[in-house]
Design a protein around this ligand. Structure first.
Ligand SMILES: CCCCCCCCCCCCC/C=C/C(=O)SCCNC(=O)CCNC(=O)[C@H](O)C(C)(C)COP(=O)(O)OP(=O)(O)OC[C@H]1O[C@@H](n2cnc3c(N)ncnc32)[C@H](O)[C@@H]1OP(=O)(O)O
Length: 246
């Protein structure tokens, strides 16, 4: 196994230094502090997948070598909570359809858990950055818009942005997701991960990449349905009221 450096986050209080080492399922940890140097060694899942990771840090002055460390479990991504976006219209909490949020939540979780979550080799591909960047960009506008809606307030610029920036972002998001799906196909073929057992006479297993071909078609159908929905919402929300003629 290669030895790599993990991402390390620093925080400091009057008498303590906190380091967060981004390594999940960490094992065989060795953490030493000698004079003004801290060394860390361990195995786990970091930015470059499952590997040995190590680093050393030199402090400006000697520190008291009282190390306490805590390992936390792998974080369940907050994206799962977006299921609430389907529940809200289902129980009548918000006035909108169930299908558009369902398409969005299903689409994002499919990419997150099936394509990126199950294939370590996908996680350091540049396309992952674009997928997350595009998903997050719209939410920077959407959630403040909803928060204001909860207190019956509308800011013109925010409303305009909420109902306009999806026009470039949504197709770009779906293209980025499609690239991720296409890039994952040879990996699924090679690893046979999630392959489907076939009845005797039809071969042994069907590669999951065939499911992904079908998913690509569904993605563009999903894009069309949500694009149409957002277009209608845009017309409704940005409609300028015509003045009555005298
Ligand atoms: C047959 C199809 C099979 C499909 C198979 C799956 C394939 C999947 C493919 C799809 C892949 C897409 C994956 C996603 C990609 C991306 O996200 S790319 C990045 C860019 N994305 C976007 O721009 C889209 C962002 N998302 C949305 O806009 C929504 O999620 C939406 C569901 C598409 C539309 O939202 P909706 O709620 O229906 O409309 P709004 O106009 O926003 O809201 C309506 C009213 O409801 C109020 N409201 C909604 N939510 C809340 C809330 N949480 N809190 C308070 N209020 C809320 C909102 O204020 C509106 O109220 P009114 O103003 O009174 O009308």
């Amino acid at each position: 196994m290669q030895t790599l450096t993990p991402h390390v986050y620093w925080a400091q209080r009057h008498g303590e230094i906190y380091l967060r080492v981004e390594l999940s399922d960490a094992q065989n940890l060795t953490i030493r502090v000698e004079e003004n140097t801290l060394t860390f060694r361990g195995q786990g899942h970091g930015a470059k997948g499952e590997n040995d990771y190590e680093f050393s840090l030199e402090f400006l002055k000697p520190v008291k070598p009282e190390v306490s460390h805590r390992s936390t479990q792998r974080q369940v991504n907050i994206t799962l909570l977006a299921v609430l976006e389907v529940m809200n219209p289902a129980v009548g909490l918000v006035k909108t359809g169930i299908v558009p949020p369902m398409i969005q939540v299903f689409g994002r979780n499919f990419i997150l858990f099936i394509i990126l979550g199950s294939l370590d080799d996908m996680q350091n591909k540049p396309v992952v950055f674009f997928v997350f960047y595009l998903w997050s960009s719209i939410e920077i506008v959407r959630y403040p818009f909803y928060m204001l809606a909860c207190i019956d307030t509308k800011w013109k610029l925010l409303t305009w942005l909420r109902y306009t920036i999806w026009i470039p972002l949504y197709p770009l998001g779906v293209i980025a997701e499609a690239v991720a799906v296409i890039q994952s196909m040879p990996i699924f073929d090679e690893t046979k991960l999630l392959s489907i057992p076939l009845p005797k006479g039809l071969g042994s297993r069907l590669s999951f990449s065939y499911v992904l071909h079908l998913y690509l078609v569904l993605m563009f159908l999903g894009l069309f349905l949500n694009f149409r929905h957002l277009y209608k919402q845009r017309r409704k929300q940005l409609r300028t009221k015509k003045r009555k003629p005298y």
